[in-house]
Design a protein around this ligand. Sequence first.
Ligand SMILES: [Fe+2]
Ligand SMILES: [Fe+2]
Length: 181
Amino acid sequence: MSENDVIDLLTRRHAEIQDAFTDVQSSTGGDRQRAFDRLRRLLAVHETAEEEVVHPYARRVADDGKATVDARLAEERSAKEILAALDALGPDGPGFMERLHELRAAVTEHARHEEDEEFPRLRAATTPEERRALAAAVRAAEATAPTRPHPGVESGVANLVAGPVASVIDRTKDALRARRA
Ligand SMILES: [Fe+2]
Ligand SMILES: [Fe+2]
């Protein structure tokens, strides 16, 4: 696997997200809060990078791109709604672990749909050079993506506006939270 290829990079992120879920589920107290903060950041950043870079490209070039991408965006939106609810609830809130379980099921199914339906079509429609350029673009998007979920900004156009602004707000919130901890 080469992370210079966008599909390898995204598949690696899916594995990191699975590990982060396991970390939250197997920890308690302050460790669980830290593990959840990491999961929340990984998920929010990953989906934003896909929404800003990968989905718009796949929609344009892949076979059946529009239908494939629209279905993924709907899944991302519902996962982000659960993630935002969990973020508001906090790891000590009532029903947190049940909702986390629900989120993991949704995120796992979503990642499988990307790996089985979207990525093979994207691979078939792109050259290795294009996939290398897409990997670089994903890394750049990851560096500026909001660290909290913002359901409702799934369309590529909205994200270009909302992404950087929401990103600054999220980073400020993170810094304040870290200072309080
Ligand atoms: Fe996704
Ligand atoms: Fe993904």
